[in-house]
Ligand binder design. Sequence first.
Ligand SMILES: [Zn+2]
Length: 113
Amino acid sequence: MRESQNGQILGSLSTIAWNSAERDIVAIYLDVGRVPWIQMGCSTCRFCGRENGCAELTDGTYVWPEGLSHYVRERAVRLPAGFVDHIVESELQITPDRVNQAWWKAAIPDWRT
Ligand SMILES: [Zn+2]
């Protein structure tokens, strides 16, 4: 697929109708994935030409290119609903009431030698 075709496809996925609060959650989530591998060359943004990273990121379920958050944040490129739902549900799981405070208060260092 040529670069211009990629840009056209990305452009068709861009919409200002995407709820900005949800889009922010998704963009932040995409920024903090773990790096399973790095590619031999960097990609550039299909819209503005900026260098858009050379790594892949993962949360253990999905893998995405490092620059994906740029498209979400700057161009409102909308991602598949299943992926967005996964991200939002993952974020909702992180709440202070789910932290086991008793374990942290009772924890004794048990580093292995
Ligand atoms: Zn760009």
